[in-house]
Design a protein around this ligand. Sequence first.
Ligand code: FUB
Ligand code: ZN
Length: 709
Amino acid sequence: MRNEEKIMEKWNISETISWKSVEITGGFWKKREDTNRMVTLPAEYEQCRVSGRVDSVKCIYHPENDNRPRKGVFTIDGVLEDNMAQGGVPRPHHYWDSDLAKWIEGAAYSLYHHPDPETEEKIDSIVEDFAKLQMEDGYLNTYYTVVEPGKRWTNVYQMHELYCAGHLIEAAVAYYEATGKDRFLKIICKYADYIDTVFGPEEGKIHGYPGHQEIELSLVKLYRLTKESRYLRLAKYFLDERGKQPYFFEEEAKKYGRDVEDRGPKGILGKSFIAKGPYALFQSHLPVREQDTAEGHAVRVTYMACAMADVAAETRDESLWTACSRLWDNVTTKRMYVTGGIGSQDGCERFNFDYQLPNEEAYNETCASIGLVMWANRMLMVSPDGKYGDIMERALYNGVISGVSLKGDKFFYANHLAVHPGVFEDRIITNPRMFPVRQSWFPVSCCPMNLARLTESIGGYVYSRGLSPDEKDIIYVHLYLENSMKLEVQGQEVRITQKTRYPWDGKISIFVETDLEEEFTIAVRIPGWCHHATAKAGEETLNTQQIEKGYLYIRKNWNKAKKLELDLQLRPFLLESHPSVRMNCAKAAIQYGPLVYCLEEADNGKGLFDIMLNGNCSLNAEFDETLLGGVCVVTADGFRRKQESWRGQLYLPVQEGVEPVRIRAVPYYSWSNRESGEMTVWIGYQYGNFKSETCVDERKAEENESSCI
Ligand code: FUB
Ligand code: ZN
């Protein structure tokens, strides 16, 4: 066997089954998709219109007519708020193009299964504005055309030109795939071709890379669509160039006379802000292949890792894949919340050191969890391993969809794991993206649009197709949701339909319709949380012990078997954190299937942080269709200290004595859809047993008073 064949043999790459082939037909995700299409996307468009984003592409802003103050180069929430408040023509922000692009992308996905001329017209009109905005040479960026003309590529470090370009590319690919119309795609290819003439290893080009990753993964998408190898080459170049010395960001700053130590208006940016090395905030402290911990801005890490996995898959690049897997392991075993939230630190929206996962202050940008889902999906394509599928599902059902209200028009940017409204009322948390209740919009509104595009393309995360060693098809099922999917296997049509009430019920029926008489494999993910699963193919009961890396492989003539029935036993259970997560010591969280639960004041009254469960408590799950759009409520017997027995004291000697309470927990994603109040995911937990009888009432008041601290 030749060497390269040996290397190829190691790779077991699958291909995604496009969102186009998968129609969501009912259940949990149909509701979400419908709300997304009918409420979220229109609400977001309206916000983009009112805030000036839609019109910004029309070039109606003229700097010479604008006397409003500028607040430094790195202008975020404050400047955007001023922009809105002061009236006049809004000054386009340097990443508004990306907001519009993400909206177009989400809306484009919706058009395929739900054609809607009005939405299509809105997209076409923005596309026409972009067409007019585009320069002769292909350059396309609103900010640098109307706000700072003549300064393109002078601050690739901070000003998001390549980031915006990446989102435009993703939008154009989606719109082309959804409608077959190629106008936007042609505009975007011209831009990508131009970018390829500007950046690269050749003499005379900029030897640089973006401050905010995104273009890399989008270039791989464009390559996969067009088969133009220069797009893949450029994606790889951006990855390879990152972290080389001398640092590009420093060279660029020097070239344009900026202070390399400038930390921006909030004092949190700059070369040396985090300890891991220069530019670690932007994952540029080391070449990507040498990075072994996830440092800095969380969304950037995920987008970079998506591209690393994609490029590794396309080019069979082992060291890139190894580095990507190392980052994955670091994030998911040491730096991720139980909800799949990542990036615990609000300053710079970044990762913290291992196990630093505070609950009230948790930042957990919705976009970062979305990035984690995208990353997990790409990991699955390179290596079908349930550890990726499990995290994809965890993030999706918890940290991602918590980002939008059940009605679809309010959003979380930061996703806390515990909330006490007083912390916000007293302005202890003042970050303009952190709130105790969902908001209609944010000056920086990356998250709402990101959520919309993910929800609308959820079908693309359900399946993939791989090959067995004897070259027979394997259809992987990564997610369980009601849908109908069509594909070709060995030249014949196969339709796969899922029927299920998942995540409320673990029974999943997968119907296979085909005339194909040859065997092929369906591989279903048995989630890591599932301790007991049964499966039947046709009438044959399968051995669910024979799981390979989280998947049960079932090879059959599916024309004969016709149906696969899976029963993933769902029961609520308690889980704890690694002992090094000090914030969660002596605490447990409730999980039911893929859903993480929380306590809300609306169900349990005030003082959630004093509630305790113990090892003997039995958890009960019951579906309540009238609550929060229909959810399983988990109840259990717990304990809490009696507030009234404290008689105005702050500290008292420890006493055994608590009152019993019946706790009611709801899925984390559904919290904050009723009156505002306290919330906690982690609940006090006693490993031993309490004496359940209350005894505080029997204490003598004098005793209390004499011994209080
Ligand atoms: O900078 C562009 C986007 O806005 C980032 O991905 C988010 O974290 C927010 O800063
Ligand atoms: Zn965001």
